[in-house]
Design a protein around this ligand. Structure first.
Ligand code: ADP
Ligand code: MG
Length: 287
């Protein structure tokens, strides 16, 4: 790639990221900003400005978001989430079973078709690999990857389609007490089996491949539903490399701590299922 072309790509990526940050500023103001990146700073700035402009939010939405070129029959779209890598749209009034979300991979916005094709292939392969670590109790949502004109200014991008994870949902690490989690998983057999299987399969993958699903991001691993229908869902299929040259010690350590916590919860659930009284909470986890 020539220097001019490289600069052009870098500039358009910054512009698209800024547009995306403007579009997600409303939800970030509601659920909290992810980090102190340039993306989050743009979200804060847009929120601060738009607050003082009557009808500003609606105008911004109309300017930035459109569903007309989406390859789905849908009445409209609404932003329901934004993580560090994706912006998540709920397809409203879509036909078919259940509600669907479109998760647009931010770093692919507006890229050339050959780049998108290579990227979508890599993401599919990674997802297939991760899905292969788990069994019939997998908390992964079925996921299809597409190249599409996404809702942000109808820019082409790589995205994935998933079912809406459901409500109510609680972050397993941040919003559930260990005792409540063990009690719920002992009351709802499916949740218990999912937890035991997830802890074992994830630990095995870490041991074998040095890779781990992202247990650190907010709302990545959630318990959906309540006393009768609780289930474990991993909405985010991102990975952390724990052994490669680029592995970050803080991530390795915190992931290990969360995995240890999961295994401790799984042990307690298994002991309860076998009729033995659960041992008091023993492994804390870094939050
Ligand atoms: N299938 C889904 N159903 C409902 N909400 C979702 C779904 N996928 C993602 N979200 C919401 O969007 C947020 C960001 O998605 P996530 O896949 O974690 O992206 P990232 O890799 O950028 O962290 C999640 O924390 C969650 O709140
Ligand atoms: Mg996430």
């Amino acid at each position: 790639m020539t220097g001019i072309r490289q600069r052009h790509v870098a500039l358009s990526r910054s512009v698209y990221a800024a547009l995306d940050a403007a579009a997600t500023s409303e939800i970030a103001a509601r659920v909290g900003y992810q980090c102190c990146s340039r993306y989050a700073r743009t979200q804060r700035l847009v929120s601060a400005v738009v607050r003082w402009v009557p009808g500003g939010r609606r105008a911004l939405r109309r300017l930035l978001i459109a569903s007309s070129r989406l390859p789905f029959r849908t009445r409209g779209v609404r932003i329901i989430g934004c993580g560090t890598a994706v912006t998540v749209f709920l397809l409203t009034g879509a036909t078919g079973e259940g509600r669907l979300v479109l998760k647009v991979c931010r770093d692919t916005l507006g890229r050339r078709l050959d780049v998108l094709l290579a990227d979508v292939g890599r993401r599919r392969a990674t997802h297939r690999r991760v899905a292969g670590w788990y069994d019939e109790f997998t908390p992964l949502l079925p996921t299809s990857f597409v190249i599409a004109h996404c809702p942000l200014r109808s820019l082409p991008a790589v995205a994935c389609v998933q079912h809406y994870a459901g409500d109510p949902r609680r972050d397993l690490f941040e919003e559930m007490d260990e005792r409540d989690l063990v009690n719920l998983a002992s009351t709802v057999p499916r949740l218990g089996r999912q937890l035991v299987s997830f802890a074992a399969c994830t630990a095995k993958a870490v041991e074998r491949e040095g890779l781990c699903v992202d247990l650190l991001g907010r709302d990545n691993l959630v318990v959906v539903g309540g006393l009768t229908d609780a289930r474990l869902v991993l909405v985010d299929h991102g990975l952390h490399d724990l052994r490669g040259a680029g592995a970050k010690p803080a991530i390795v350590e915190k992931t290990a701590s969360r995995l240890a916590y999961l295994r401790s919860v799984a042990d307690q659930v298994e002991r309860r299922a076998a009729g033995a009284p659960g041992k008091a909470a023993s492994v804390g986890h870094a939050s």
